[in-house]
Design a protein around this ligand. Structure first.
Ligand SMILES: [Zn+2]
Length: 231
């Protein structure tokens, strides 16, 4: 045990591992994100204005029971660093870790929705091939590990390749996303309580399009994202 500890300290010296949020060297048993960042990452408080704004995005959608986000996204902040590592630096572990942390905190705070299944917003096969994995699957996996609720990344499929939403107006985003998703495994979600997960919540157009695809299947949907953008 002791020897392996020395060995890992030695490896840390040779190949410093860095926190994906703050860039400082990880020490001892720290993995992916340092202890200090794990404690201080900006949680989205349930009674904050941003939280109200997250929930209000889905108020017109009767199938959405509630909407949550784990962290607050700010430009150039630690959450942006983490999402960048998850989406563009190939670090799926970041997604899994955030899912684990969020799941544990929801349980501790008695806030975990009574869901049967966790499903992720799918990528188009072309984008999936480019990235090699779906970042929302990584988050779903961690959430599932922490909560014991099973997850699936194959219930929904994306039928159309959409260009980036950046720079589009709210209306354009909705038009761009309408009819993009299809439920591939109806029996998996019919009549179920489902947690639908995505990475960042901005307008909610992507998530709305997923819920639209589940229409008529009598699903109760809880939206859960890694982060929500500050308003
Ligand atoms: Zn850190």
């Amino acid at each position: 045990m002791k020897l392996s500890r020395y060995w890992s300290d030695f490896l840390d010296l040779l190949f410093p591992r860095c926190c994906e949020a703050c860039g400082k060297a990880l020490v001892g048993t720290e993995e992916t994100v340092c202890t200090s960042c794990r404690i201080t990452l900006p949680r989205l408080s349930q009674d904050s204005i941003i939280s109200t704004s997250v929930k209000s995005k889905f108020i017109g959608n009767p199938d959405v029971q509630d909407a949550f986000a784990f962290l607050v996204f700010t430009k150039k902040g630690k959450v942006q660093e983490l999402l960048h590592a998850l989406k563009y630096k190939g670090n799926q572990e970041v997604g899994r870790l955030l899912g684990l942390m969020y799941g544990q905190e929801l349980i501790e705070q008695n806030q975990l929705p009574p869901a049967d299944l966790i499903i992720s917003v799918p990528l188009h096969p072309r984008r999936l091939k480019e990235r090699g994995y779906n970042q929302s699957d990584a988050f779903a996996k961690g959430l599932s590990e922490a909560t014991g609720i099973p997850w699936s990344g194959t219930v929904l499929i994306r039928t159309r390749y959409t260009r980036t939403q950046t720079g589009k107006s709210r209306v354009e985003r909705y038009e761009n996303m309408s009819g993009v998703f299809r439920v591939e495994q109806k029996e998996a979600v019919e009549g179920k309580k489902v947690i639908l997960v995505d990475d960042v919540l901005t307008t909610g157009a992507t998530l709305d399009a997923c819920v639209e695809a589940m229409k008529g299947l009598n699903c109760t949907v809880y939206i859960m994202t890694i982060a929500a953008a500050q308003i």
